[in-house]
Write a protein that binds this ligand. Structure first.
Ligand code: AMP
Ligand code: GLY
Length: 429
């Protein structure tokens, strides 16, 4: 009998996971809570929100789920994995204690400091005045961050003291990010090129995925406010094989060992946001889940069945496993609603999805969509992730934009330069 899988979440990352898990011969049924209209092509969507822990646990027991795959950070930081494991359900995703690597930047930085893992110098604060004094001592550029979860928008890079004062004001006095800003991390600015290294972790061992890079800023040339991510691609030229090995040896394995030795072994996917500056390598942030949209190009390149890896993370048996990658590149362009990352309208009718679906080696992953009568309408800030494979990043970019141009709605926005750094490197080499 095949496995019954419960996938938690309903964004672009979860659409890519549903699409990939559905290809596994090990799987009989996929349920997705809450899912979205794209996911509905691969899974039975059930109207339970990703943060409704009681309902999710009851559903998993009632439907005799064999494996739960938790997509987003919120249910992980609330302890969904712990609750499911108590009922002997295999879970892909870290415990509540281990999810603090993302849920509390203060916890993460203190752990790194205790174990001498390379990261920007920092201090944590719960009151604005001492934070402001520290900033004046340190000078700019400097980075002010909410310790808690803020949908990728809680890190403010400040070039001037005036900007830093405003950041403290927004987070600690106006409380723009609510309780996520109860504690603030102020850290030194690191220069260099960012790259994302995602690794499967089974409590002890790690298995790296291919490299990926995302674009967090809303506008072309990486200008404007940060978003959850406007596009991503894999491989990432900055992540050479030697750099991956260094990241594993000097940053990721020490972190995984530290978590285990402190009583919170890490299981699931660990996303390391790295800063590379020549030979210098530091960790900027950890996420305790697949990146969104990095997941979309990564899973398009993964040729192996993903399910044995998900199970191995859950059971502690990654030893000796290897992932087979498509040598081609993949690139994802996010199509967003007008106004994102600020407030945006919902309910605009999306045109051209059928036309885009005719493009080969291309997937249109749904992020914020909803079915309304016979139509698919916008229902979130990031709406779609158009992802294509190609012979190199430039070709993947060309193919993703070709499919993207088939799709439109009122007020759609997207970046026109996703992958530009990698494309320039390809051209120069
Ligand atoms: P985070 O939420 O910590 O991932 O930060 C979001 C983004 O802010 C990162 O992807 C970087 O682009 C930028 N950032 C965060 N911390 C630093 C830092 N210490 N130095 C330079 N840029 C940073
Ligand atoms: N794309 C960045 C993230 O998922 O946090």
């Amino acid at each position: 009998m095949g496995m019954k899988v419960l996938l938690v979440g309903g964004g672009g990352r979860e659409h890519a996971l549903a699409w990939k898990i559905a290809q596994s011969p090990l799987v009989e049924t996929i349920w997705c809570a809450p899912g979205n209209p794209g996911i509905a092509a691969h899974a039975h969507c059930v109207p339970i929100q990703a943060e409704a822990l009681d309902e999710l646990v009851a559903f998993a027991i009632e439907h005799q789920i064999d494996l739960a795959v938790i997509g987003p950070e919120a249910p992980l930081t609330l302890g969904l994995a712990d609750r499911l494991r108590r009922h002997d359900i295999a879970v892909f995703g870290p415990s509540q204690g281990a999810a603090r690597l993302e849920g509390s930047k203060a916890f993460m930085k203190d752990l790194l400091a205790r174990h001498a893992i390379p990261t920007a110098a920092y201090r944590t604060f719960t009151e604005p005045e001492p934070a402001w004094e520290y900033i004046q001592q340190q000078g700019t550029p400097i980075v002010v961050k909410t310790s808690g979860l803020a949908a990728g928008k809680g890190a403010i890079v400040c070039q001037t003291l005036e900007e830093a004062r405003q950041a403290i004001d927004r987070i600690m006095i106006q409380r723009e990010f609510g309780s996520a800003g109860d504690e603030v991390v102020v850290e030194g600015f690191l220069k260099g090129e960012e790259a994302s290294l995602l690794v499967f972790v089974d409590g002890e061992r790690v298995l790296p995925l291919a490299g990926a890079q995302d674009h967090k800023a809303i506008w072309d040339q990486d200008r404007g406010p940060n978003t959850g991510g406007m596009g991503a691609y894999s491989p990432a030229p900055a992540l050479t094989e030697a750099m991956v090995q260094r990241a594993i040896q000097t940053i990721i394995l020490p972190t995984v060992r530290a978590m285990a030795s402190e009583g919170h072994p890490y299981r699931g996917i660990l996303y390391a946001g790295l800063m590379i500056d020549g030979e210098d390598l530091q960790i900027l942030e950890y996420n305790v889940r697949f990146g969104d949209p990095e997941c979309q190009p990564l899973l398009m390149r993964m040729r192996s069945d993903i399910v044995p890896f998900l199970l191995a993370c859950a059971h502690g048996s990654l030893d000796g496993m290897e992932i087979d990658w498509d040598p081609r590149a993949a690139l994802c362009v996010v199509m967003a609603a007008h106004g994102y990352p600020g407030s945006y309208p919902k309910g605009d009718v999306i045109h051209g999805l059928d036309q885009a679906a005719t493009h080969s080696d291309t997937q249109v992953f749904h992020a914020g969509t909803r079915q309304h009568q016979q139509q698919i309408v916008t229902a979130g800030g990031r709406v779609l992730g158009v992802t294509a494979l190609g012979d190199g990043v430039a070709d993947a970019q060309r193919r993703a934009y070709a499919a993207l141009h088939a799709i439109t709605w009122n007020g759609v926005q997207f970046r026109r330069d996703i992958g530009y750094r990698a494309v320039a490197r390809e051209r120069d080499s």
